[in-house]
Write a protein that binds this ligand. Structure first.
Ligand code: CA
Length: 244
């Protein structure tokens, strides 16, 4: 990273397969990104914890030592909300779910099309840029209050009765989407397309996992939700002010 010109977009690649890591580096550098490659999750965490900053992280799930899920979870726990794209070997629903649950923002199944990877990275960078701008502006305007809860979209924080929950980019995006559709039923498919930009045949159950987490934050009794309702066979409905 030393010597990269100011304003250069920095990408951290965590990949132990040499040929794939080399290919990623070559193609990302061709796009003008500054690329750092590490082979293990431990090395990635060490870099991030030592203060190295990146604009996006691309990481393989299957790594020697701790796996990609654990890396993302540790990053998020440490308050690092750099957008993260996960590369899964199998693309099974349970892997995707685990990745999102750990705090991944997006995923691709190996083998992947390079053009698609580059497009996904650009998508994450756009969303990351929006977060950064909001943070730099240090404004509370981009927030939404319902009941005793306030979502600060820019800061990626949910304040509930004096408690602060950090949100991942995707959780914040999903909440924003739900708030915009206050009172309306939204389908899982629409959310996958509009929030994640996923148009392919994705397992929509990944959404349910997010809802479980959001309920833990915003519902007094997550098993008996008042704000975030399941609409059988259709999807979900967010209600900012139930009973009004
Ligand atoms: Ca691997």
């Amino acid at each position: 990273m030393i010597g990269s010109p100011a304003g250069t977009i920095r990408v951290l690649v965590v990949e132990d397969e040499q040929h794939l890591a080399d290919g990623l580096r070559f193609n990302l550098e061709a796009e003008g990104y500054a690329v750092q490659v590490v082979e293990t999750g431990e090395a990635a965490l060490q870099l991030l914890q030592s203060g190295s900053e990146f604009d996006v992280v691309v990481l393989d799930v299957m790594l020697p030592g701790i796996d990609g899920f654990a890396v993302i979870a540790a990053m998020r726990q440490a308050g690092q909300f750099v957008p993260a794209l996960m590369l899964t070997a199998r693309g099974q629903a349970e892997d995707v779910l685990r990745g999102f649950a750990a705090g991944a923002d997006d995923y691709l199944t190996k083998p992947f099309d390079l053009a698609i990877l580059l497009a996904r990275i650009k998508g994450l960078l756009r969303r990351g840029e929006w977060v950064r701008k909001a943070r730099n502006a240090a404004s509370n305007e981009d927030s939404f209050t319902f009941g005793d809860k306030t979502v600060h979209f820019g800061q990626l924080e949910l304040h509930v009765r004096g408690q602060i929950f950090p949100l991942t980019l995707m959780e914040a995006n999903l909440l924003r989407y739900l708030v915009r559709h206050d009172g309306k039923t939204v389908s899982r498919k629409a959310m996958l397309e509009d929030v994640w930009g996923l148009h392919e045949d994705t397992d929509t159950r990944a959404i349910d996992n997010f809802m479980v987490r959001l309920r833990r934050y915003i519902e007094e009794d997550p098993k008996n939700p008042k704000h975030l309702l399941t609409v059988r066979a259709l999807g979900y409905r967010f209600i900012a002010n139930p009973g009004t």
